[in-house]
Design a protein around this ligand. Structure first.
Ligand code: NAP
Length: 259
């Protein structure tokens, strides 16, 4: 599709990792409703990704799914090239927003965490956002936005989340460094830290385990566990023009969990 010059500078383009399910899926759909063009990624669920792309298309927005494994950082150059080609298909050379959302869970005590588990969490939650952002920045327009997804577990300690919570804390610190070093390009970097959200994450434990769901509700001021629909609109809003002066901040989206 060829665009006029004014359309080209008006239509924003986002990249959302892990857009096939959960929080990323809701982010893609919220961005689509706001007229943002989206490249989002999936890992194994191509069919779910196709459904998300089709749902996004019903809003009139363009959404294109690309495969990405955040555990295989050696594939990031090829991913950046796939992004470049997809942008060319959209009729543009640059994108505006990056949401580093894809992630894996872990439910193991500090003492029982193996080196392999620690490495996998480090790669997914710190090394991947670090290196993927590096690879994609040449394709990001000056004045762009980065949102890194952390967790309430970076602020409060939850049983069996030592490695996971610590990696999320690390990506929060990284976000402030991104904001500092990318400021000269007018690129902002912020953190969205969801509380416990009822998704497939961690085997769907928050959604499907009644005891865990109740425990979360009991520790949350608003009295229930979070839903993807509680988080996606916040991420999409944070990327809007209204939030252009918000930089290097952490916004917890948790209904008041463990306050
Ligand atoms: P989810 O429902 O399990 O979805 C995970 C997404 O990440 C899917 O799109 C999945 O792709 C993708 N993904 C998984 N492993 C991947 C890999 N190796 N490479 C690339 N993509 C991969 O999770 P969620 O609850 O939406 O969580 C999204 C983010 O929010 C994560 O960073 C998580 O740590 C964070 N978070 C979640 C909660 C919560 O309670 N749910 C709370 C705080 C923070 P496929 O569909 O193809 O597998």
């Amino acid at each position: 599709m060829s665009l006029t010059h004014s359309e080209e500078i008006t239509i924003k383009t986002a990249i959302v990792t892990g857009g096939s399910r959960g929080i990323g899926r809701d982010t893609v759909l919220n961005l689509a409703r706001r007229g943002v063009r989206i490249i989002f990624t999936y890992h194994t669920n191509q069919a779910e990704a196709a459904t998300v792309a089709a749902l996004a298309a019903t809003t009139g927005a363009q959404a294109h799914a690309l495969p990405l494994d955040i555990g295989q950082t050696g594939g990031f150059d090829a991913f950046a090239e796939a992004v470049r080609k997809t942008l060319a298909g959209f009729g543009t050379e640059r994108f505006d927003y990056l949401v580093n959302n894809a992630g894996i869970s872990s439910n193991v005590s500090f003492m029982e965490t193996t080196e392999a588990e620690l490495d996998a969490l480090y790669t997914a939650h710190f090394k991947a956002p670090f290196l993927l952002t590096q690879k994609l920045l040449p394709l990001m327009r000056d004045g762009g936005r980065i949102v890194n997804i952390s967790s309430g577990l970076a602020r409060f300690a939850g049983r069996n989340r030592a490695a996971y919570g610590s990696m999320k804390a690390a990506v929060e610190t990284l976000t402030r460094y991104m904001a500092l070093e990318l400021g000269p390009r007018r690129i902002t970097a912020n953190v969205v830290a969801p509380g416990a959200i009822a998704t497939d994450f961690s085997g769907g434990i928050v959604r499907d385990n009644p005891e865990v769901n109740k425990m979360v509700a009991d520790h949350t001021a608003l009295g229930r566990a979070g839903l993807p629909e509680d988080v996606g609109p916040v991420i999409a809003s944070l990327l809007s023009a209204d939030f252009g002066w918000v930089n290097a901040q952490r916004i917890e989206v948790a209904g008041g969990m463990v306050i």
